[in-house]
Design a protein around this ligand. Structure first.
Ligand SMILES: Cc1ncc(COP(=O)(O)O)c(C=O)c1O
Length: 375
């Protein structure tokens, strides 16, 4: 069976894990955590503070707490995304307002955001779907003009770019995921990227259970105490060690992912054009992360038949994201602003092909042959 995804730990991950164990610091905020955070900060251009967290979802929760929400405050989110893009804000008191994504990139549509803004709007969450940037040239000024906090859910887009600038550096806050399914992983993990310096010290406190332990660890106070809201959102140094091993191999992982992505794009193009199957589109001003390669088939029946066709050939292809505005919880706690026809269509038609660094050329040839033999 060719799986849809396979995490790969071919570097120094085990060695660092062992080092963390023998070094005796296995809880959070240890030497590997700082090393990974500093490396991420350096690669993001040096103006962000990165805090490793237990997941991207928890980083989104931290963003929600940092917004200081009052009941009735609204956060605008794309309907076509993972549940916690919205759920993290709901958990901390916000009303999610679901808007559509644009047909070309499946990212939040700036015109739909603008139409959804009310006097209760506090923030906009932009997901860079598949690691292809949302329209930051429109979203940044729109949020500025309305005094809204822009948050990037950058789970897919680590070191992707918009106009040459790294994703995760446009919003006041951004979140990363290091879940098993992401380009680099430590199993479960994430990060909060804090670009607004005014939010750094509170973010550190939230992550450390509402205490000023980070200041204590830096020797800035001689004891630590409970000072604010917070939870247990620090990543274990064991996992930070694994993540360092992954980060050191980032370039080789990405090179391989891009080769696979480009091969799908070129070898499936004619077949797709002949059948009206849509492939991913990357606008010229964006550097993508080769996180997702998808096909959008004609309708849900064709899509389901396609998945079965591949499964019969021992290949696992998957679809994802039910539109949040139609989900049970979305209907109960959120509000839809405008229609979301693109989100609904993507949910019915999109299928993701296997894409991971260790997918061999022969395995990819099998996937491509299986796709081309589908009628
Ligand atoms: C867009 C998006 N946001 C958030 C998440 C949640 O990430 P995590 O599993 O690290 O909490 C995911 C996970 O797949 C995602 O795709």
């Amino acid at each position: 069976m060719i799986p849809f995804n396979r995490a790969n730990f071919d570097g120094r991950e085990l060695e660092y894990l062992q080092q963390a164990i023998s070094g005796g610091h296995v809880s959070g905020n240890g030497p590997f955590t700082r090393q990974v955070e500093e490396e991420l900060e350096r690669r993001l251009g040096g103006n962000s503070r990165v805090l490793l967290t237990t997941s991207c979802t928890h980083a989104l929760e931290m963003a929600a707490v940092l917004l200081d929400l009052s009941p009735g405050d609204e956060v605008i989110v794309p309907s076509y995304t993972f549940v916690t893009t919205a759920g993290a804000f709901v958990l901390h008191g916000a009303t999610p307002v679901f808007v559509d994504v644009d047909e070309a990139t499946l990212n939040i549509d700036p015109a739909a955001v603008e139409a959804a803004i009310t006097e209760r709007t506090r923030a906009v969450v932009a997901v860079h779907y598949g690691g292809v940037s949302a329209a930051m040239d429109q979203l940044v000024p729109l949020c500025e003009a309305h005094g809204l906090t822009l948050i990037e859910d950058n789970a897919h887009g680590l070191f992707g770019t918009f106009a040459g600038r790294p994703l995760g550096t446009f919003g006041a806050l951004a979140t990363q995921s290091f879940h098993e399914t992401k380009n680099i992983t430590c199993g479960e993990g994430g990060a909060l990227v804090v670009n607004n310096p005014d939010l750094v010290s509170r973010a550190e406190i939230l992550r450390e259970k509402g205490t000023d332990r980070s200041r204590f660890l830096r020797g800035q106070v001689d004891k630590y105490t409970w000072v604010d809201l917070g939870s247990s959102w620090v990543l274990s140094d064991l996992l930070a060690g694994v993540l360092l091993g992954q980060l050191e191999r980032f370039e080789s992982i990405q090179t391989r992912r891009h080769v696979i992505w480009d091969r799908y794009a070129s070898e499936l193009q004619d077949w797709a054009t002949q059948r009206g199957v849509r492939l991913p589109h990357v606008p010229d001003d964006r550097g993508h992360t080769a996180h997702v390669f998808f096909l959008r088939l004609q309708d849900i029946d064709v899509r389901d038949r396609f998945i079965t066709h591949l499964r019969d050939r021992d290949i696992l292809a998957v679809f994802h994201y039910q539109p949040l505005h139609q989900s049970e919880m979305g209907v109960k706690c959120g509000r839809q602003a405008g229609g979301c026809p693109v989100s609904e269509d993507a949910a019915d038609t999109l299928v993701r092909l296997p894409l991971y660094a260790s997918l061999t050329p022969a395995e990819q040839a099998r996937v491509i042959d299986a796709v081309l033999s589908f009628d």
